[in-house]
Design a protein around this ligand. Structure first.
Ligand code: LLP
Length: 432
């Protein structure tokens, strides 16, 4: 396995992350434990930002999709790097507001935002509300007008593109709960309506085709489709939209089987087509917004567990039970997502045993990975599951009343807690 660049093995044969010994981290903070390398997050944000600056003459914005991993310190890091943030709920918006995230760099998504959330967004003055459907467009117009405000919006368009990824994380095809359909004319009608409604100022368009995508073609195709639509809007209404949000979705390496391109390469390929197409259509190159989530945080994170029971069923398989599971990482249970794991205190030994990693929930499907190769294990070993920085903490739950683990941030050999572990007291806090 080609480890993410933050990982290494030290002279004790222990796995390290961001210069910190993972066995020491486990001893100091307890397990399960989410660990993230701040430098990896900052580098990814900078690389994306640089690609935007290099490839688009009219500039753009990297808006981190905070659904991938949202807590205050991540919001601070994104803010400090001069990036924007994509939020999809009052809760994510609130987290960004708590760190004083500049409102103009916030993009507010969601296919069924509540009245309270829309009010909250308008009160805070978020930069762009991404309107998902016609019902929401009318609702937002009413709310904005009643507050004597104008909502700066994008319309989310479903461009009709099939991306090769898991069905649950595809979003660009016509049969999707997200966005306004392009093919049947709904999108053009929505644009016309948006330009007429009070309290609404249409600034541009948005699309997002899915997540964990490696092939550049669907990204290129989506950009072309959207630019053609901008040209069609100009023809039919005279309105020239000059902001285009192309969403996120760039794939990351979970195992040896994944081979993502450098993100700068995706950016270069998409921008080349977009710039050329704009010239052909005699359109200004739009201000480009991208919303990467997974690719910014996934490679920065690992999860540490302590190995408990080991059960060998001869001729069947060996179960290795850990002190976490689907409550801190539901992605295998949900999508059968592949992961790489390593025994952190034996990282220099050969991975020549086959185990199924089981969580501790009362649920047979509570697995992290099935039949993967690991170093020979015994009770008390520390297991590291790699590339867990995205959609793990953010999708965690309290099933079986299991408290959420802490998140520790490491940087150049120094560690600090950025999210405290939940206590039993936290679990009953809202119980009457
Ligand atoms: N923008 C929009 C509008 C999105 O819906 C998403 C992801 C993103 C950006 C960020 O996509 P990314 O760069 O992270 O691929 N829970 C699933 C992933 C769901 C993605 C939902 N939307 C998983 O664990 O794989």
């Amino acid at each position: 396995m080609l480890y993410p660049e933050t990982l290494n093995v030290n002279e004790h044969g222990h796995l390290t992350i961001g210069g910190c010994d993972t066995v020491e981290l486990a001893n100091r903070y307890g397990t399960p434990l989410y660990v993230m390398d701040e430098n990896v997050i900052r580098k990814a944000l900078r690389d994306y930002k640089k690609s935007i600056d290099e490839n688009y003459q009219n500039g753009g914005m990297v808006a981190y999709a905070s659904k991938a991993c949202c807590f205050k310190e991540i919001c601070r890091i994104v803010m400090q790097e001069g990036c924007g943030i994509d939020v999809v709920s009052g809760g994510e918006l609130y987290t960004a507001m708590q760190v004083g995230f500049p409102a103009e760099r916030i993009y507010f998504h969601g296919n069924n935002k509540t009245v309270a959330e829309l009010r909250m967004a308008l009160d805070y003055g978020v930069g762009r509300i991404v309107v998902d459907n016609i019902t929401e467009l009318h609702l937002l117009s009413e709310i904005a007008a009643s507050m004597e405000k104008t909502a700066d919006i994008y319309l989310r368009i479903t461009p009709g593109i099939e991306a090769h990824t898991h069905d649950f994380i595809k979003t660009g095809q016509i049969d999707s709960k997200f966005g306004i359909t392009l093919e049947n004319g709904d999108a053009l009608n929505a644009v016309k309506t948006a330009t007429e409604l009070i309290g609404i100022s249409l600034k541009g368009l948005h699309c997002h085709i899915g997540s964990q995508i490696f092939d550049e073609q669907p990204f290129i195709h989506a950009a072309e489709v959207m630019l053609n639509f901008i040209a069609q809007i100009r023809e039919q209404t005279g309105v020239v939209l000059n902001e285009l949000n192309l969403g996120g979705g760039f794939g990351v390496r979970y195992t040896d089987k994944d081979s993502p391109k450098e993100y700068s390469e995706y950016m270069r390929l998409v921008s080349a087509v977009l710039n050329e197409k704009a010239e052909k259509l005699n359109l200004p190159v739009p201000y480009i917004v991208i919303e990467p989530g997974r690719s910014i945080v996934a490679p920065a994170g690992i999860t540490l567990y302590t190995v408990g029971s080991i059960k060998e069923i001869p001729g069947i398989r060996s179960y290795l039970s850990i002190d976490g599971g689907m409550t801190d990482n539901p992605r295998y249970a949900l999508y059968k997502s592949p992961y790489t794991a390593v025994v952190a205190n034996k990282a220099d030994r050969p991975a020549d045993c086959v185990y199924t990693i089981a969580g501790r929930c009362c649920e047979s499907g509570d697995l992290i990975q099935e039949n993967i190769k690991l170093q020979r294990c015994q009770r008390g070993d520390i297991l590291a599951v790699l590339t867990t920085g995205a959609y793990n903490y953010s999708m965690s739950s309290n099933y079986n009343r299991i408290p959420r683990p802490a998140v520790v941030m490491v940087r150049d050999g120094v560690s600090r807690i950025v999210v405290k572990a939940e206590s039993y007291e936290d679990l009953v806090r809202n119980d009457i």
